[in-house]
Unconditional design. Sequence first.
Lengths: 584, 360
Amino acid sequence: MDQLLEVKNLSTFFETEEGTVKAVNDVSFNINRGETIGIVGESGSGKSVTALSIMRLVQEPPGKIKHGEINYFSKGQNPVDLLKLTEDQIRKYRGNAIGMIFQEPMTSLNPVFRCGNQVLEAVELHMDLSKEQSKQRVIDLFAKVQLPDPERIYRSYPHELSGGQKQRVMIAMAMSCNPDLLIADEPTTALDVTVQKSIIELMDALKKETGTAVMFITHDLGVISEIADRVIVMYKGKIVEQGPLKAIFENPQHPYTKSLLACRPPLDYRLRKLPIVSDFMAISKDENGELLLTEKDQNAQELIDKFKITEKETTERYEKLIHQEPLLKVDSLKTWFPATKNFFGKPLTYVKAVDDISFEVYPGETLGLVGESGCGKTTLGRTILRLTQAQSGKVWYKGQNLLTLSDKEMRALRKEIQIIFQDPYSSLNPRITIGNAIKEPMTVHGILNSDQERKAKVNDLLNTVGLSDSHYDRYPHEFSGGQRQRVCIARALALNPSFIICDESVSALDVSVQAQVLNLLIDLREKFNLTYIFISHDLSVVKFMSDRMIVMNKGKIEEMGKTDDIYNSPSKSYTQKLIDAIPK
Amino acid sequence: MASSNISLGMIAFLLRKLFYGFFVLVLVIILISSVIYLAPVDPARLTFGQRSDAKTVEAKREKLGLDQPLYVQLGSYLNDLSPLSKIKIADEQELPYEYLSLLTFSESKMVLKWPYLRESFQTGRSVSAVLREAIPKTIILAFSAIGIAMLIGIPLGVMASLKPNSLFDNSAVVLSVIGFSVPSYVSAMILALVFGYLLHDYTGLETQGAIFDLDDLGDERYFWKNLILPAIALGIRPVAIITQLTRSAMLDVLSQDFIRTAKAKGLSKFKVVFKHALRNAMNPVTTAISGWFASLLAGAFFVENVFRFNGLGQLTVNAMLTYDIPVVLGAVLFTASIFVLINILVDVLYAYLDPRVTVS
């Protein structure tokens, strides 16, 4: 094999107030020309920092590449250690020999420059072409990444494109100077599954055509299986396992790899709960503060068999649920947003985000709401809660029409209907301790008699969601994404709601953390007899969670029914498209 | 198709803003007139001083229309101001302005004319002429001050943001806090004292003086060096605020993902900072600059007064002190128009700086 990059004993540390964080700790691996290597791990595993270290883009301070070598093998030349180059020298590699794509296509392009110019910049910098040739090259690249109407995209600003299109522009930029290596750092995580699928197909095709080696970083083993030749599994800054794709998938050695493989919501059968990392290994610290991973004697298949729900159980539960009086009844609900207005501000045309939707939710069930971004599912959830104004229609909850209640009556009802948002980072106030954040709604609604009682209840809730009393006085930034989502769940539970809308509540989480939060939601549903509307773009998650589901498209219901029925025999091509997009 | 939509939206936007601006101006006139009307002072008496006889004052009051109720005074002022107005044929000979007759009725005429701002109670000169003398000085001073502020503040803020918490950054922050805390008349007096008086032999600058004046032969003469000290005195506070805002906006932008993308392209640090980051950081800075600029155009009384600059600020305050109502109204109208125009300009500028902003 023709070696391209050799990473040898790379260590990158971050100096923080809490001490040194060994983000990348003595990592070694090789990348050969033309191969795709997948790097898998959860947030904080050091996979992105490894990539940034190769590009020498680690923010310094607080980060610093402590030691190691990154040898780059140009064709017919001696290897160069990228870490020994000056800033001016490494710039010749960036964007030229090594291209990079980032996770957030929404924020990775400069909003004030046209897409064409942003790619043109890289071409002009590294390639010896005339102005016209450079421009033509960019337009050709846009065509190559299958952007519609490349000339128009060339002139467009990033905000005029969809997320998937922006990521295609990023790919065009990264590929613009025929790099030997393309580093893709979670390139599809922020995208819908359907868009994810098309981006992965595109990257695969480009790789085959150009012979570029790809370093594909992701938290999702499912995605890796679609594209990688070889897989590296990272955990807390270290490589725990690496090998060919097939070996990793069929015969994983490390318990962490096993848990990553097992924690994805399954498609062919139903589980009571998902296997999680702690089912496979125990994490402790030795006397030096180094992490100690101990494997538990756990066979993944046995665990899955233990969690399986039979079809009979599913049907019984379903029958029981739908023969009740509905808890919530949505009747031809419409939410329209003004799109264009005339001179005096009167709307002329509308965006029909929710267009004539009717459905029922039964007590104790989970109703899944699935569709691509922009299909109106979030607006629907917000309209039910009156966070967004409805155009017309009715929302019956326990015999009352929520849309016609006075603000005061609605406030009283709000404690019964709660919402958990997508982004656990922005839905908590950074200046309020999490204990107070959970307590606040109780104080507002006058739940319990004294502050002591409320505090006790908060501690109770923290324990319920898998945190502890000691977290009460801590601030949100001290928590990981998964922990924050637990705080948000505890806050929603504080008011003893009977009905919770989960709006993409696990979309921002790693697959391994997602499994934990989904398990928690299911436990809570049984424990407090909750009813959920579970909104997500990911059909596999919705399938795991819900009894019935609604497939939404362009503000309307495509399909509605029992989850397994829809999954097994979709009647609409749109549903089929969503199913096909799930990485297998 | 897209571009024609944008320009149509732009025109509609401008029309609507001008429409609102018109109402703002009318409201300003009503407000100022009412306040002056309600004040327990008699402008007619003030024009003659203490020892005038009652009859003369009464005659003057009548001539100026000050004996009329507020709404009549207001109506007649607005009529004078409006380009399209009604005049009495009987008064035709006395009118101090030229006009174009449009329609003639039995006793009155509909005419087209330039807005007429009346005459100063104090000097009897036309308010337009008085303003025309003061405004250019103030405009030049405002441009110079804000120019100095931008030329120093933006690079200083950028440099500070590149090495946060370094000695340079901390000094820049401390200096800008001090700069912002010192009132402009204090810095004006210090500057005048040090550079106009103590160091006069070296600098050749004066403690007082306007940038143009009439010499003994009645010719206009320019004294550009008289601009230096007032412009610096007025520029100090905006320098401070622009430095601070540029710094914090840049710090924010430099941590954005697209900066990492720009670096990953292999761009030089200079290009990353000045091409990719700075333009994104300009929005809050633009807001601050335009606000300061507008208020500088209203005239900076204290600084103008210290340097005897004879600009709009000095004119306005002096007119207030003598209840020279037409001059006050004229100056305030000009200032209000400037604010309206700059606000519109800034909205358009936002759209230019950030293509995500659409004016509509």
